[in-house]
Write a protein that binds this ligand. Sequence first.
Ligand code: AMP
Length: 213
Amino acid sequence: MRLILLGPPGSGKGTQSVLLRDKFNIPQISTGDLLRSAVSAQTALGAKVGEYMDKGHLVPDELVIDMIKERLQDEDCNNGYVLDGFPRTVLQAEKLDEMLASVGEKVDEVVDLEVNPEEILIRLTGRRTCRDCNAMFHLTLKPPKQSGICDPCGGELYQRADDNEQTVMSRLEEYENKTAPLKEFYRKQGKLKSAKGSGSMDDIFDRICSLVS
Ligand code: AMP
């Protein structure tokens, strides 16, 4: 199964894609995580992308496309994957289709998570992420048992540099201008399904599972 989770930043793609990974036993691939790893490992790619990310801007298409092309060739992708945060532009979606068509494959399902911008702002500015396992918490909506410490792995929780109000606003603008048009792209292909992204994590997961075959 090749599944794409669409939706604005803070719509829960990260949380839900991990649940899908575990249910279907396929890798979860987050371009945001891959890019953050490149930045912290100070690779050549990391040096090119950090500034875009800090400003809440999308990283240039060609860099992300090359990165994902390489990742999708890994053996663990043979039986499918769930993509979180890719594609984010129509060009990325077209390139993904081309990439898959060249090996006789295709995107199977696209689920769009719908959350309103006011809720997104609250979710992202209070979000805390584990440095070690990327688990996500929220200062008030999902606090860890011990302040600043990840429940499952004991790692340190931090606030992502781009989870401040100003950067969140520019990420939302990028989403509206460049990513939201993907809904039409996949609607035309007959693949788009929408799920309400608010409510409990389990309810949202049930909604997604009822949409994917
Ligand atoms: P995320 O973790 O998905 O919220 O992504 C964090 C940041 O990484 C975004 O604000 C972008 O700067 C960058 N990024 C992640 N995925 C993409 C993508 N598919 N295309 C361009 N930039 C991306």
